[in-house]
Design a protein around this ligand. Structure first.
Ligand SMILES: [Zn+2]
Length: 173
């Protein structure tokens, strides 16, 4: 198995274009340039999702993308380089539902094991609705608020688990 710390598709040094080699660097194998010594560190993909709760209902979007196409999820997307993850959450809500939201709190930070695609680190926020007219966009083809006890089919086990935690929290708020 190719270690995640030394992806073989990193073929050439990004500084001097020499073919890269795999060498043990401290605790892990890494792709290393034998000419200039540059070490390639693979950055984790970071995803951000947002629970928008309004009048006790949860905002969900229907996915038009694989995996889990046609199932429902919370608005979510990848953190852009240089972007504050709270801004990512607000941006994804706007792109996928046309709604303006304000972050209330961090729900949690989750680690997905490598090899499953998607984000390896997932950050979830809770937000409240500020305004806007709901309309699906970007990689969602439907957007709606659902009562916690009347949810559609949810994509991703991690999202189902997070919704269960949120429902428990809403019940005590
Ligand atoms: Zn080099």
């Amino acid at each position: 198995m190719i270690p995640f710390s030394a992806p073989e598709n990193v073929k050439f040094c990004s500084r001097c274009a020499t073919p890269m080699e795999t060498r043990q660097i401290a605790d892990k194998p890494r792709r290393v340039c034998p000419s200039c010594g540059f070490i390639h560190f693979t950055d984790p993909k970071v995803g951000v999702g947002v629970f928008v709760v309004n009048e006790g209902k949860i905002l969900l979007v229907r996915r038009t993308m694989h995996p889990e196409i046609g199932k429902w999820s919370i608005p979510a997307g990848f953190l852009d380089a240089g972007e504050n993850p709270a801004e990512t959450a607000v941006r994804e809500a706007l792109e996928e539902t046309n709604l303006e939201v304000a972050i209330e709190e961090l729900i949690g930070v989750y680690h997905n094991p490598p090899g499953q695609g998607g984000a390896s680190i997932f950050i979830m926020y809770k937000a409240r609705l500020l305004g806007g007219t709901i309309q699906a966009g970007d990689d969602a083809d439907a957007a709606a608020f659902f009562a916690p006890d009347d949810l559609p089919e949810i994509a991703f086990a991690s999202t189902r688990a997070a919704i269960d935690r949120l429902k428990a929290k809403l019940a005590t708020d």
